[in-house]
Design a protein around this ligand. Sequence first.
Ligand code: ATP
Ligand code: MG
Length: 983
Amino acid sequence: MAASVAAAAGRLRRAIRRSPSWRGLRALSSEAPPTQAAAVRDAFLSFFRDRHGHRLVPSASVRPRGDPSLLFVNAGMNQFKPIFLGTVDPRSEMAGFRRVANSQKCVRAGGRHSDLEDVGRDLSHHTFFEMLGNWAFGGEYFKEEACSMAWELLTQVYGIPEDRLWVSYFGGDPKAGLGPDLESRDVWLNLGVPASRVLSFGPEENFWEMGDTGPCGPCTEIHYDLAGGAGAPQLVELWNLVFMQHNREADGSLQPLPQRHVDTGMGLERLVAVLQGRLSTYDTDLFSPLLDAIHQGCGAPPYSGRVGAADEGRIDTAYRVVADHIRTLSVCIADGVSPGMSGAPLVLRRILRRAVRFSTEVLQAPPGFLGSLVPVVVETLGDAYPELRRSSAQIASLVSEDEAAFLASLQRGRRVIERTLKRLGPSDVFPAEVAWSLSLSGNLGLPLDLVELMLEEKGVQLDTAGLERLAQEEAQHRALQAEPVQEQGLRLNVHALGELQRRGVSPTDDSPKYSYSLRPGGGYEFGTCEAQVLQLYTEDGTAVASVGDGQRCGLLLDKTNFYAEQGGQASDRGYLVLVGQQDVLFPVARAQVCGGFILHEVAAPERLRVGDQVQLHVDEAWRLSCMEKHTAIHLLNWALREALGPGTEQRGSHLNPERLRFDVATQAPLTPEQLRAVEVTVQKAVGRDEAVYMEEVALARTAHVPGLRSLDEVYPDPVRVVSVGVPVAHALDPASRAALHTSVELCCGTHLLRTGAIGDLVIIGEHQLVKGITRLLAVTGEQAQQAREVGQSLAREVEAAAARLSQGSRHVAEAHRLSKDIGRLTDAVDTATMPQWQRQELQAALKALQRRANTAVRKLEMGQAAQKTQELLQRHTEGPLIVDTVSTESLSMLVKVVRQLCKQAPSTSVLLLSPQPLGQVLCACQVAQSATPAFTAEAWALAVCSHMGGKAWGSRVVAQGTGSTADLEAALSAARAYALNQL
Ligand code: ATP
Ligand code: MG
């Protein structure tokens, strides 16, 4: 019966997520106070503070601090994770938290909990939403209080009629040995909820786990019935109350937690919809100002709340997507996550681009529209989250800039698709290469799913197998770049070079690679470059007059703005178009220099001929990342000299958009102090946002400049000099001695114009390459900040572990857990992307902690074993046999007790059983020397454990095993019977 109700409710719930017909249902009377979103939020917080003594804490930033497993903060509990894990530093403020409430900014887009796909389609999921939550830590209160507080708030403060509320509880999981959570069920029944509205569900719905291991427990959910008695209930989940009471161990088993916690979360948007008598979160005052602004700004028909097939032209879907996404963008940018190239920034970039597309294509919004919505978001959310107000202007300008860039790409992308379609047969699939060249991983920066959508609209299928192959190739290429073993690529062979020289062809003019400038707003503007095709080569190096049909080829131009791989800087990538024909992209994968000629590696989807005029576009995000890394390498070089002395020599370096690598000649590995000092020196130069000067000068002028850095290389004449903070002329004046105090290098790389854009630099790895040469790996910018946060969070965990260790453990299980935690922490510190100096410090600290923890475990175990041994000896008079139960937490403890007993009573054979909380029984035994060989321990343990349906192992003298039984007495009798038979 219960199961069928549960199944029906499950179906209902699933159906409601996509229910197209929320309109037309009877809405709740609008008299219930409070109803305005701000008042609803306040009422929640004051209820928990004033009526139930909770401390209010601010929302954490949506950027997870030191938790690389998360892209965004996606629940109120994220910031309290250390409490649940027991790793909170006992001296920190958080360690004192008992009753806490807050309203947390949450983003569920990308990663494990992504609701991105639902947004726009349904009326209850957002990528950004506010989660109202209350917590009780360390058993401050538990199920009864948590449920009654929730019920009191919903029905008395918010005035929601009781008969519209349904609840669910955990119905148990026999496979995991978990019984139903009858406590929660009874709490609801006692609160007066009729049994017909109290449903039970399995672990999928009502058992909450933080990850593969760690705290977990049953949850109980409160749902609201939108139908309100008119027909079948239509439930929407309002509030989830989680009761953390187990720990999922690494071996998959569940152990009771030493401390129990309450963790709840309720979506503000859904609650407000209920209180405003609406059937959709979009019809509340959290969204209506945005929907109005969209209507005003686009001139589209007004929002009318339709979903699914009823939403003709997807107008209402577009309204919802744009309103949702601009909130997410604003909140994320205010918290320091901006649209970018990987991880959370990439997710944000996709969100922005999705919003642009819906606003321009469906709602016909004018360019720059999205940025104009930012003030509306700030108006609705700025009081609750003041950081939005502070960065309002910056958010708007970032959104507008990215919107403009995307619109330009989109327009080009559309033309490319149109043109490609013209040459496809009716049953052809869309070529993967073209889709790839349009995508984020290719050139135009259009998300692949968007390209697919654009094709879907045209009724064309994409060559997905081909696309997968390209994605794999790219992944391989990236892996190679991360540890660059030079892959060959297309090159000019001697014959080709000889032929060019014979024809008197001039080397490629690549000076346009340096033509970029800094906009007043801080962004870089890269020029394009027009050039003429001088020669084309097939993959095997044969010179040809034309290429096409998707052919990969080498392309020689009279000039280029592409940076060809040299001086340790990765090659540029990008695309070119034929002048006068903007709608075919020729992707350029890389550029290499051979004898002064720059060969571009190009894929030619259509005809390309010698003599053609082309326009070149460099992938700007890629290039900018290279520039940041290259200037960072110069600062690193200089900082190393500052830290290690003037004789410190660079031995090589390499950089790509992801990271940089620097080899330096050293007598000994760098100490943590030296590593740290190097980072501080770089950080200071970055903080000063110094100008970077670059100038070409006669090589002779650079000959006798003290401190000037150059590699053991042949430099061209004239040569480029890159100088940080001082103009080149001044730096080269030997009397100035400027190069002794700042970075001045001979270098042909492309550099930032100011150092500030580096953001930060963290050395994340250091090892001896060969004797006398140390290789450093470093990251910059956002990645560097993340590395620091990971480092800080691990340092806090180490401190917390040290504090736990100092407090001492009274129980073996607790000491064991601590020892295991230190082991896990050591693994995390060994492999995390974090500052290397901090890794070395933490590794040393953890080594000492691990030793202490192991000693503590041993001592406790010995003490406890001795005590249990004494108890058992007192219970049993001297005889040939002791068969009994004893409580221990682990098999190793049980073995210790058995061994001590036998030591003290050498002529006695001993078998002990130890029942565990979840029905498992541990077994250990030892037979007296005098009883062997007829009687063996292994056979004894096997007899008893197979009686309990388990297994055993060991030797003739000592053995152990496990089984599972509820009838211990029967197991003990079996053990005795077996032994008496043998003795
Ligand atoms: P659903 O099943 O509706 O997706 P959930 O099980 O993912 O919800 P929880 O992770 O338990 O939700 O989050 C707690 C509360 O946060 C939910 O009860 C709901 O009120 C709210 N919530 C969850 N996801 C969203 C979302 N994407 N948009 C708005 N509110 C949400
Ligand atoms: Mg969900």
